[in-house]
Design a protein around this ligand. Structure first.
Ligand code: HAS
Length: 550
């Protein structure tokens, strides 16, 4: 059992995460209906406003708060409870992040920041929106440094020992986050804030987008790595076995630190001002970042098979039947992983220079991120929710809620399958993303493209509605686990915090030498970014004034 004060900290983070989840998913529901022209929004709301709220609240706020809750709980569990300084920093982090979130949300709701979660210039939001985002990042840094401080203190006390796998992975994730944020902090502080508050008239659009994507791609791995932590460390315990290979797991996280950064240009392959050499280089490096995921896939299959065979499964696939399908903590993780197969394959298509011409800025990309962050990541967080909240609140996870959890996971999978398939197909047929309903001026041949059973905005809306139902079911389960489910009487009946045993006897010491890895990461960043960024600043295109198009 972790200390009460650390539990409280984690619970506050989860609480804020789920408030963002409620508003964000409701905006998603509205969106799918606007896009198939069956809903007219009231005058005070417009499509781009709800699209911005949806993206910011789910992709940035829900994920970040949930991730920090998971990391806080796991670090306290594996390294011991936090000292006063760590707690203080983590609380300052929580409140700064919450204030930043509130500022940004208020600006979006009041219609002063309909710039979507990527806030591409020259769209111009109120300066208070960018300030809110800056506070959000600063807050996450406080919490990150608090957790890193806890790690360093543990290492000092346990000289020469390997850190527990969970703590190691947390450290890698936080380093990735801190280095990634440097890009977005640079553009917000030096470009957006002076521009939005009227100190400068114009903005260098190309530079701002490049700095954003320097951050934006590692951001997706900041979502993914905590999910991988649950796959590597939590899942084996749930299915009754050990981590397949401690060194493989650690090394895959190191590869993410190295290759997450020098790849941001694959989001800008159609950006005219970047020389094709730099795009080519970053595309090649993008293919390197696939390797740790394939290592993870190999490791997961091996873990499943070992566990299934230990339980008596025979034949080529007999072990699959022995896995604990009735345990929703496991079935949700498994479905999450299944979704990542087409999700990752779509990523490879996006990253391929020529194919990107076809899919860029279409609904295909929206389909892609719903089956990466929207399912593998989000469903892993749901799986974690099912045991982490009762563990922290000291409540039971009663049978009727477990049944509901199965329905919730099933409906999420069905809704997402329908919605994301429709999005992928519509995108291939040319439906643009980041746009409200388009009737193509009643053009008949354009309308025909969108009348297939799956390539249809109605299918997308049906999927979206099922997803919203599933989201509300999840909120019901969360509220019950937080406040209603019966308290356990005896600590031994407490829901388990599953951490699998990990054998470090073959793990190489240099994997724990962070200086080497951060050094190589910096060298790769300099190689991929120094010259193109220098060029963008030295030979800057004429800046753009701001546009408020809504
Ligand atoms: Fe992506 C756009 C390329 C992974 C999220 N991506 C986005 C956007 C988001 C996003 C949010 O190159 C939109 C941004 C925006 O608003 O503009 N993506 C990739 C590549 C990968 C990738 C190469 N993306 C992710 C992940 C995300 C995510 C993960 C969130 C968590 N993505 C792109 C590109 C674009 C893009 C371009 C820009 C498009 C454009 O033009 O705008 C790779 O990391 C993928 C590697 C993964 C695999 C899959 C292997 C998986 C296997 C199954 C796993 C199974 C396991 C075990 C572990 C190669 C093999 C299962 C066990 C069983 C028994 C089943």
């Amino acid at each position: 059992m972790i200390a009460v004060k650390d539990r409280k900290l984690a619970l506050w983070n989860i609480g804020i995460a789920y408030i963002a989840f409620i508003i964000g998913t409701f905006c998603g529901l509205l969106q799918v209906f606007v896009r198939n022209d069956s809903l007219q929004l009231p005058k005070f709301l417009d499509y781009y406003q709800i699209l911005t709220a949806h993206g910011v609240l789910l992709a940035l706020i829900f994920t970040a708060f949930f991730i920090f809750a998971f990391l806080i709980a796991g670090m306290s569990k594996t390294l011991g409870s936090f000292g006063p300084k760590v707690s203080l920093f983590a609380w300052i982090g929580l409140w700064t992040t919450a204030i930043g979130t509130t500022m940004a949300t208020v600006m979006i709701i009041s219609g002063k920041a309909s710039v979507l979660y990527t806030f591409y210039a020259p769209l111009k939001a109120s300066g208070w929106y960018y300030l809110g985002l800056a506070l959000f990042i600063i807050g996450t840094w406080f919490t990150s440094f608090a957790l890193l401080g806890h790690f360093v203190a543990w290492k000092k006390k346990n000289k020469g020992q390997f850190s527990p796998l969970f703590a190691y992975m947390t450290t890698a994730t936080l380093l990735l986050w801190i280095i990634a944020c440097l890009g977005v902090v640079a553009t917000v502080v030096f470009q957006y804030l002076p521009w939005a508050f009227g100190l400068t008239d114009t903005i260098n659009v190309e530079l701002s987008r490049s700095l954003f994507w320097y951050f934006g791609h590692p951001l997706v791995y900041f979502w993914l790595l905590p999910a991988y932590m649950a796959w590597y460390v939590v899942m084996p315990k749930i299915i009754g076995t050990k981590v397949f290979s401690d060194s493989l797991a650690r090394f895959s996280f190191i590869l993410f630190i190295l290759f997450s950064f020098p790849v941001g240009f694959h989001h800008q392959l159609t950006e005219p001002g970047i020389d094709s050499f730099w795009k080519f280089l970053q595309v090649v490096l993008t293919f390197m970042v696939i390797i740790p995921t394939l290592m993870t896939a190999f490791s997961m299959f091996a873990t499943f098979e070992i566990s299934g065979r230990n339980k008596g499964g025979t034949g080529l696939f007999g072990w699959l039947r022995k896995l604990p399908w009735k345990d929703v903590r496991f079935s949700s993780l498994f479905i999450a992983m299944l979704f990542f197969i087409p999700g990752g394959a779509g990523g490879i298509i996006n990253a391929s220079f020529q194919l990107n011409e076809l899919v860029h800025n279409t609904l295909w990309v929206v389909g892609h991120f719903h089956i990466t962050v929207g399912t593998p990541v989000a469903m892993t967080f749901m799986s974690v929710t099912f045991w982490l909240i009762p563990y922290l609140t000291g409540r039971e996870f009663p049978k009727h809620l477990q049944k509901l959890a199965h329905i919730q996971i099933g409906t999420w999978a069905i809704g997402m399958l329908l919605m994301s398939t429709a999005q992928h197909l519509l995108g291939l047929l040319g439906a643009p993303r980041r746009t409200a309903y388009a009737g193509y001026n009643g053009n008949e041949s354009a309308a025909e493209w969108f009348q297939g059973i799956l390539s249809n905005h109605v299918t997308m809306a049906i999927g979206g509605t099922i997803l919203f139902f599933s989201a509300m079911l999840l909120v019901y389960i969360v509220a019950n686990l937080m406040f209603v489910a019966p308290k356990v009487q005896d600590e031994k009946d407490l829901v388990e915090f599953p951490i699998a045993e990990s054998d470090t006897s073959h793990t190489a010491k240099f994997l724990e030498n962070w200086g080497i890895w951060v050094g190589i990461a910096v060298a790769l960043i300099v190689m991929a970014y120094a010259l193109p960024l220098y060029d963008m600043i030295q030979n800057a295109p004429p800046g753009s004034r701001g546009f408020i198009t809504w």
